[in-house]
Design a protein around this ligand. Structure first.
Ligand SMILES: Cc1cc2nc3c(=O)[nH]c(=O)nc-3n(C[C@H](O)[C@H](O)[C@H](O)COP(=O)(O)OP(=O)(O)OC[C@H]3O[C@@H](n4cnc5c(N)ncnc54)[C@H](O)[C@@H]3O)c2cc1C
Length: 149
């Protein structure tokens, strides 16, 4: 037996709604899953999120907390907090994800790393502005409709 992290059936990089959904379904199919997440969710500036079934509106961080709690019931799932700094396919076909210099092997790899917004360098531009800007067009449209009525 060799040391190091065990082989996961599925490696998921990204622990936002997409990554946790992927992890949930892999676990339900009894696959061992490792979720690697650095915890910088795109909507971390938002106080409310919309359009999630059964959670509209909802607190986006609460949604993730609940999802992680739900996932805690699946012994197949484990979490690794940190940044995946590399991902590659080894000669034997396995995937290897590197976090903090440690290599995590897996049979499958799901990249659920989301989107990173680049905010303009404008004096006074803040996360408050980001929250109210048009990074989420449906939210902006709903706000405008509410303002008109
Ligand atoms: C202000 C604002 C309001 C929004 N409102 C809504 C809304 O109301 N409804 C809605 O549906 N959507 C909304 N969105 C969009 C929302 O961000 C996405 O729906 C949702 O976050 C996408 O989930 P995701 O899992 O793809 O990405 P994210 O939630 O961004 O999660 C990706 C995760 O992967 C991690 N990651 C990335 N690279 C690495 C790496 N190399 N190693 C480890 N971890 C990594 C990130 O740090 C992050 O934790 C909003 C966005 C913004 C900016």
């Amino acid at each position: 037996m060799t040391g190091g992290p065990p082989l996961a059936d599925v490696l998921v990089v990204g622990g936002g709604p997409a990554g946790l959904s992927a992890a949930t379904w892999a676990a339900r199919y009894r696959r061992s899953v490792l979720v690697v997440d650095r915890g910088q969710y795109r909507n971390r500036w938002a106080s409310k999120s919309h359009g999630y079934l059964g959670n509209d509106p909802g607190d986006p961080m609460e949604l993730l907390d609940r999802a992680r709690t739900d996932l805690g019931r699946y012994p197949e799932v484990s979490f690794c907090e940190g940044e995946a700094t590399g991902a590659r396919r080894a000669a034997d076909g396995r995937f290897v994800v590197t976090v903090d210099g440690e290599d995590y092997p897996g049979l499958r790899l799901i990249l659920a790393t989301g989107v990173v917004d680049e905010f303009p360098e404008i004096d006074g531009f803040s996360t408050t502005t980001a929250r109210a800007s048009s990074t989420a067009p449906p939210a902006t449209a709903m706000r405008r409709r509410a303002a008109r009525s």
